[in-house]
Design a protein around this ligand. Structure first.
Ligand SMILES: Nc1nc2c(ncn2[C@@H]2O[C@H](COP(=O)(O)OP(=O)(O)O)[C@@H](O)[C@H]2O)c(=O)[nH]1
Ligand SMILES: [Mg+2]
Length: 355
């Protein structure tokens, strides 16, 4: 703590334990404020002086239950707080850069893709210490600002050695997903979406990380097979329907120019803030178009909605009754369309309120 607040009870007075606590606090080398609680009226204020025997300075009389005197305590606490640390504007690692994890099974082309992105002669690239020990993240400067690529197992080197420890690389990939703001989920177009890819996709979704699906090795797919390959991906990753699917070849360079803009869009969506008035207008309109279904003969009404948080966008809906999952999906679809929420997961919470 930066400031210590000791509380005693005016009704009980100062006890031996209070004195013992006061002595400990005095030795802590930090500012200590003494608060005498349950001083509900002026009459009791006369009794606060007994507390000065604790040697912690002039006591503050308060009534926690009524709020009496609490403002003075708050002012005194704030006055004792240490000054805000100066934030250096240059130098030092910037942890707030939009962070991307390239994830996928061994051999899908993560390293090739990464090398392509950082090897592009137009990109300016530098390293910075990673968020976990012994890792080096890579920062790519783009015209719209820097993007940080989190060091994941097997991303930098092409050697097969580090892929042998496949378990390790999975653990590392999952850690990276949790730290990332967006994930590039790389799928081998020839192999298709495996069970492991689906599980990874679920984890990314659950972590609230934005996601761009990269269907790599597209050069190996014969033109006549392409519609079927794509349909299979949409089918097996249907739960990520909000994520864009880029058909690329890290080897030939096909459509690689789409990768950074897709990540930029993910960044924008991830940080999106929807104004409350616009949000409630859309909520009214979507209810008019399709009213919520009856819940035991009662019509559910949505009273109000607000975006409580971003990263990823999180909405709280106040409704008179619970809303069924199908209706929540309808709301999610509508919000995505109206506010261009693209490649980020969004969270919707429902709170019940009487009308
Ligand atoms: N045909 C083709 N091969 C690729 C492509 N991307 C990567 N590869 C090859 O796939 C193999 C595995 O690539 P690598 O980047 O090491 O995969 P990682 O294990 O996910 O890092 C290498 O032999 C690459 O040359 C691609 O777009 N097309
Ligand atoms: Mg690799």
């Amino acid at each position: 703590a930066d400031v210590l607040v000791m509380v005693v009870d005016v009704m009980v007075g100062v006890l031996e334990q209070d004195s013992a606590i006061a002595r400990i606090l005095q030795r802590a080398g930090k500012p200590v404020l003494l608060v005498v609680n349950k001083v509900d009226d002026e009459k009791r204020e006369l009794e606060i002086w007994t507390a000065s025997s604790l040697g912690l300075g002039v006591p503050f009389p308060v009534s926690a239950i009524h709020g009496r005197g609490s403002g003075d305590v708050l002012d005194a606490v704030v006055a004792e707080l240490p000054p805000e640390p100066e934030v250096p504007d240059t130098g030092g690692p910037d942890d707030h850069l939009f962070a991307i994890a390239i994830v996928g099974r061994p051999n899908v082309g993560k390293s090739t893709l990464f090398n392509r992105i950082v090897g592009d002669e137009r990109s300016v690239v530098h390293d910075m210490p990673g968020t976990t020990r012994d890792t080096i993240d890579t920062v790519v400067e783009t015209p719209e600002g820097p993007l940080r690529f989190i060091d994941t197992a097997g991303m930098r080197r092409r050697s097969r050695v580090d892929e042998n420890a496949e378990y390790y690389s999975v653990v590392r990939a999952l850690q990276a997903v949790d730290k990332a703001d967006a994930a590039l989920l790389v799928i081998d177009a020839q192999q298709g979406v495996s069970h492991q890819d689906q599980r990874l996709g679920e984890r990314i979704d659950a972590a609230g990380t934005a996601i761009v699906i990269v269907l790599n090795k597209w050069d190996l797919i014969a033109t006549e097979d392409r519609p079927q390959v794509l349909a299979d991906v949409y089918d097996r990753l249907g739960f990520l329907s909000y994520a864009p699917v880029l058909k690329i070849s890290a080897l030939t360079g096909r459509s690689l120019k789409d990768v950074l803009p897709a990540l930029r869009q993910a960044e924008e969506a991830y940080h999106a803030r929807v104004p409350t008035a616009a949000l409630n207008k859309v909520m009214r309109e979507l209810q008019q178009k399709h009213p919520p279904p009856l819940d035991r003969k009662h019509r559910t009404r949505i009273l109000y909605a607000t975006q409580g948080a971003s990263e990823p966008p999180t909405f709280t809906i106040f409704a008179t009754r619970p809303l069924p999952p199908s209706y929540l999906r309808y709301i999610e679809r509508s919000l995505r369309e109206e506010f261009d929420l693209g490649p980020t997961p969004i969270k919707i919470r429902v709170r019940q309120r009487a009308s």
